[in-house]
Write a protein that binds this ligand. Structure first.
Ligand code: SF4
Ligand code: SF4
Length: 242
């Protein structure tokens, strides 16, 4: 098309546009006549949507007054678990820390020590050779992917449904072992104390240890009654000198 033809075409369209009335659409087709009452009510028609919504079921969640339960497999805050006698499941292997894509976990393992505490022993916190002496999760980094709990060979680390992890202090979002360790359930003892008499590490994994033994109870009673309670590792073991 030449420049002259283009000019004529544009001028023709402009003339057509000027000649159209307000009742024609963009393509030149006429809109149906809405009638007097329809045009009268048009400005308030939008309120009908609001009015009808008033009678629908309210979807608003009253959080935090009435938080809704999460899905059963929701990935929330972590938890370090215990054996039925109260010993810790974590063996300080650091596999969770290596698996974490966000580098959010810090683990320092240490040797369990059956030397009596009054003779300088640091105590036993888990069956077997090692335990997690230091354990931290940085919730400023964690993306709740669950890779760490998949990597854990002892099921020491699992995730709870707890999700209220906001704070205005960054330091408070680095959870330490004493915060992550599950509190002892009814009947459990608080480490350090020896393994169940006559039981091996494998027996723990086979589920043959179902509660503290009499020997373990007596040990803990004597420990708590005596000078051993002054030992710095008498609760969780975090901070104890290996
Ligand atoms: S859930 Fe994922 S990001 Fe969070 S600590 Fe575990 S591996 Fe790391
Ligand atoms: S939580 Fe599991 S993977 Fe992590 S250090 Fe402890 S035993 Fe190892």
């Amino acid at each position: 098309m030449t420049d002259a033809n283009v000019s004529k075409d544009v001028a023709g369209r402009a003339a057509g546009s000027r000649g159209s009335t307000g009742s024609e659409g963009p393509g030149g087709s006429a809109r149906p006549d809405q009638g007097f009452f329809a045009e009268l009510l048009a400005p308030v028609a939008g309120f009908g949507v609001s009015f009808s919504t008033m009678f629908r079921k309210v979807a608003t969640e009253e959080y935090p007054e009435k938080p809704r339960p999460t899905a059963p497999r929701f990935h929330g805050r972590h938890q370090l678990n215990r054996w039925p006698d109260g010993l810790e499941k974590c063996i300080g292997c650091e596999l969770c820390a290596w698996a974490c894509p966000a580098d959010a976990i810090l683990v320092e393992g240490a040797d369990n020590d059956d030397t009596p505490l009054e003779e300088g022993g640091t105590g036993r916190f888990a069956p077997g050779e090692r335990y997690g002496r230091v354990y931290q999760i940085n919730y400023l980094r964690c993306i709740f992917c669950g890779m760490c709990i998949e990597a854990c060979p002892t099921r020491a680390l699992t995730m709870t449904n707890f999700y209220e992890l906001a704070d205005n202090d960054r330091a408070k979002l680095i959870f330490t072992k004493d915060q992550l360790l599950a509190p002892p359930e009814d009947g459990m003892l608080t480490p350090p104390f020896p393994m169940a008499e006559g039981r091996s590490v494998r027996d723990y994994y086979r589920g043959k240890v179902e509660s503290p033994t009499e020997g373990q109870r007596e040990y803990v009673q004597q420990r708590d009654a005596g000078a051993q309670t002054d030992h710095p590792s008498a609760t969780t073991g975090e901070g104890a000198t290996p």
